[in-house]
Design a protein around this ligand. Structure first.
Ligand code: F6P
Length: 506
């Protein structure tokens, strides 16, 4: 394979194709019959409607050809086989093993990692259940009612996001709190509101040397010690890390330590014991469902043909929009308020993974790589920044995400939300022409002068690409699917760009 993306025959063909398509407005494409059938795919309970991107069947064929030229199938195989896909850190990337089955064996560095993963998962889920049932008690014998996760980045974002998204499934018996920021405010708010005897801290840090986490964990330790004495530390602190000496030094009891492995990147780690706060919140059975949803997506990614493969399509479309259609950022717009931390979670996943300026072998790239990811729950966003998206000059792509069935008793309101999602996706694509604006003003009885003066202000250029991702319901299984979908999408983009999404030297 020529390592130079710009020299790939399919890339050159895509450039020619993009310029041939440049005069075509999305509204013209959308008016073609059969558009939805041709440009939507399903996996399990997830539907990806990518019909509102500026692409045709030719585009799709060329993108799939590009994926083949960039050896995507071989790279997917290497990823799942546990090969060293993260060459700069000399490691495989095996987050899939964390949600995978216990067999067949997966040998990494001479050992079957599935055995270790399974054992650690069972220990972690047993502790989660013991906390939920009240069997695990604090040093005074009091029941644990508050769990405080101390961690940052990958040791925080996915956990907060999942606990918020799965609020419907969270226990009311144990409240879960998160402290990530070093500024002391979260620490003050949480420590000011929880009784020490009923509080368990989880220090989540792959390295255990992240200074924000160390500072916050030490402050929490001092606070606990002041209230319950030194001997309480061993009962009130759990840790998840690869760094055993640092856990020794902190005073973490042997039974309350959970292992992590260097082949899991922090931003891919919520499936491991790093997810303990999620497991405490939703329970072990729902945590297993979360893993099962991701596992199903992995299987789909590994086996589905490229043109029917959801993460492959999402990744290829993102490359098409960014590198060949000129979009400069990616909006993530969930139409379910419980997904409000999903954009922040994706920011780390995508921007830390693909925020790279050199190829796998260290040469500067001559093409755009990871883009800026941002977003908010869509309905709120309509009343804040959608003005700029509809009528401003920014060039962006958007992912609309929603469960078809709402999880609140207000089914009608959920339907209104869904209707808004579809209307906004249509409006981004079709826009609102000057002719339509004039006709509207005439119909409203405005004078010819007013029509001429006001019509330009009502124009929406449209032509903005978007995907609509629908899940049947927001539950542990579909959330697992959704997260894994984006994880693998990031991998697809990295393969096309020829960069390493798993290292992090910044
Ligand atoms: O600075 C970024 C980072 O290294 C992330 O990759 C990671 O998720 C986060 O810090 C926290 O790291 P740790 O889990 O080792 O404390």
């Amino acid at each position: 394979m020529a390592d130079d993306l710009l020299q790939a025959p399919a890339w050159k063909a895509l450039q020619r194709h993009a310029s041939a398509l440049s005069g075509t407005h999305l509204r013209d494409l959308l008016d073609q019959p059969g558009r939805f059938d041709a440009f939507s795919r399903r996996h399990g309970s997830c539907l990806l409607d990518f019909s509102r991107n500026r692409l045709t069947t030719d585009t799709l064929e060329l993108l799939v050809a590009l994926a083949a030229e960039r050896e995507l199938p071989r790279r997917i195989e290497a990823l799942f086989a546990g090969e060293v896909v993260n060459a700069t850190e000399n490691r495989p990337a095996q987050h899939m093993a964390l949600r995978g089955p216990a067999s067949p064996p997966l040998v990494v560095n001479g050992a079957d990692i599935r055995v270790d993963v399974e054992a650690e998962r069972e220990r972690m889920l047993a502790l989660a259940e013991a906390i939920r049932s009240g069997e695990f008690r604090g040093s005074t014998g009091a029941r644990i009612r508050h769990v405080v996760n101390i961690g940052i980045g990958g040791s925080d974002l996915g956990l907060v996001m999942a606990c918020e998204a799965l609020r419907e499934f969270c226990t009311r018996d144990v409240a879960v709190h998160f402290i990530s920021n070093v500024d002391g405010t979260q620490l003050a708010d949480v420590l000011g509101s929880v009784p020490a005897a009923e509080t368990l801290f989880i220090v989540c840090s792959k390295t255990f040397v992240t200074w924000e986490t160390a500072l916050n964990a030490n402050a929490a330790r001092t606070w606990l010690l002041g209230q319950l004495g030194e001997e309480a530390v061993a009962r009130h602190f759990v840790a998840v890390s690869v760094n055993a000496p640092a856990m020794d030094q902190f005073g973490i009891a042997e039974a309350l330590r959970f292992r992590l492995w260097d082949w899991v990147g922090g931003r891919y780690s919520l499936w491991s014991s790093i997810g303990l706060a999620i497991a405490i919140s939703i329970g072990s059975e729902h945590f297993r469902e979360l893993l099962a949803g991701a596992r199903g997506l992995d299987e789909h990614f590994r086996t589905a043909p490229l043109g029917d493969n959801l993460p492959v399509l999402l990744g290829l479309i993102a490359v098409w929009n960014q590198n060949l259609q000129g979009t400069t950022s990616q909006a993530i717009l969930p139409y379910d308020a419980r997904l409000h931390r999903f954009p922040a979670y994706l920011q780390q996943l995508e921007m830390e993974s693909n925020g790279k300026g050199v190829t796998r072998d260290g040469r500067p790239v001559r093409w755009g790589t990871g883009t800026v990811i941002w977003g908010e729950p869509g309905n709120n966003a309509q009343h804040s920044f959608f003005q700029l998206l509809h009528q401003g000059t920014a060039s962006f792509a958007a992912d609309f995400i929603a469960p078809v069935e709402g999880s609140s008793p207000y089914a009608d309101q959920h339907l209104v939300g869904l209707a808004n999602l579809l209307a906004q996706a249509e409006a981004f694509a079709r826009g609102y022409t000057l002719e339509a604006a004039r006709a509207e003003l005439v119909a409203k009885g405005r004078t010819p002068d007013e029509v001429a003066r006001l019509a330009p202000h009502k124009v929406h250029p449209g032509n903005h690409p978007s995907n609509v991702l629908l899940l049947r319901r927001l539950d542990p299984r579909s959330l697992g699917l959704l997260i894994a979908l984006y994880e693998q999408k990031v991998f697809v983009q990295a393969c096309i760009w020829g960069i390493n999404p798993f290292d992090q030297w910044g």
